[in-house]
Design a protein around this ligand. Structure first.
Ligand SMILES: [Zn+2]
Ligand SMILES: [Zn+2]
Length: 318
């Protein structure tokens, strides 16, 4: 697939000298809680609901004294060489109240600060965003080549502790880069944080019933976890429906039936004429699913889709 096929635009870029694999970290101006919160909200505003493209800097930093010969540092430096100056990945970040220390565990966090803390300030990268969805850029090219010298200079000439929002013309320049999905260990952090959000939110009972049926495929999972997974999926499905209504795209994704005019004529709500359908139920609890995992279908297309899925399942078990 290409960057332009992602369900949301790439809204910002992060310059790093080490590729982020499970989280992207940002350093607040000081160690106070207010700075921590300010840094977190700035970054969150910059990526919005979009993706972040990762750029690897041309230069590599030196670690704190005593770590120049450390095998981890040497391995990191070698890994950096191959990627220097290139656009390497696209990530979806998740806002979480967990600090980097909680995400990494105290030992790894301590090691990271021992190696890289600046002048004894032990909060480097302490504002962390777990990567819940990630794509490797196939054939990573030099950023200067892809973006041209002007955009390159604007985005990466000065080192920055925050993200660089992308302009529409820059989004256009990266739209055709080929990407490939890779596994993300931290998807579970995103999923589990949302279990709690879904628990506290009101969800349309029709949506809950429809999602409950689609997720019947997950039977056999431990009951308490299954209930949480179903509730989170229904919560996302509700968001998906509201989004489609607001965007004026409330029609069947298969046959394009649009109930708008009919509903108006009958004086009823259009919502009752379309079903929400989960396209990838088996990915629930495994991958960080989003509104892109759902479809709107009219009842006939929905029925046909389920017959088709049953046939596929049957032919696979034969
Ligand atoms: Zn239809
Ligand atoms: Zn369905």
């Amino acid at each position: 697939m290409k960057i332009k096929d992602l369900p949301a635009p790439v809204t910002a870029s992060k310059a790093d000298w080490l590729p982020g694999t499970t989280w992207l970290g940002f350093t607040p101006t000081d160690g106070e809680l207010a700075s921590y919160n300010k840094c977190q909200s700035t970054i969150q505003r910059q990526f919005g609901s979009g993706y972040v493209i990762e750029y690897i800097t041309e230069t590599f930093q030196k670690p704190n004294n005593g770590f120049e010969g450390d095998p981890r540092y040497i391995a990191d430096r070698e890994a950096h060489k191959e990627r220097a100056g290139r656009l390497i990945a696209v990530h979806k970040l998740k806002t979480t109240s967990r600090s980097l220390e909680t995400i990494l565990g105290p030992d790894e966090f301590k090691l990271l600060q021992d190696m890289w803390s600046q002048q004894g300030k032990r909060y480097r990268w302490s504002v962390a965003f777990p990567i819940v969805e990630s794509y490797r850029i196939r054939d990573p090219r030099k950023a200067k080549e892809v973006l041209g010298p002007d955009a390159y200079a604007r985005l990466y000439a000065h080192s920055s502790a925050t993200l660089r929002p992308l302009r529409p013309e820059e989004q256009y320049l990266i739209a055709d880069l080929e990407i490939e999905r890779i596994d993300t260990k931290n998807a579970l952090i995103g999923i589990e944080d949302e279990f709690n959000l879904a628990e506290r939110s009101e969800i349309n009972p029709d949506t809950q019933r429809a999602i409950g049926r689609d997720l019947a495929a997950l039977e056999g999972m431990e009951a308490e976890r299954l209930a949480k997974i179903k509730r989170r999926a229904a919560w996302i499905a509700d968001k998906f429906i509201r989004y489609r209504q607001k965007a004026g795209t409330f029609f069947c994704d298969d046959c394009t039936f649009d109930p708008g005019a009919l509903a108006a004529e009958l004086g009823v709500k259009a919502r009752g004429f379309l079903d929400v359908h989960h396209k990838n139920p088996l990915d629930e609890g495994v991958r960080y699913t989003t509104t892109a995992d759902f479809a709107l279908l009219c009842p006939t297309c929905h029925r046909v889709e389920h017959v088709r899925l049953r046939k596929v399942k049957k032919s696979m078990s034969e």
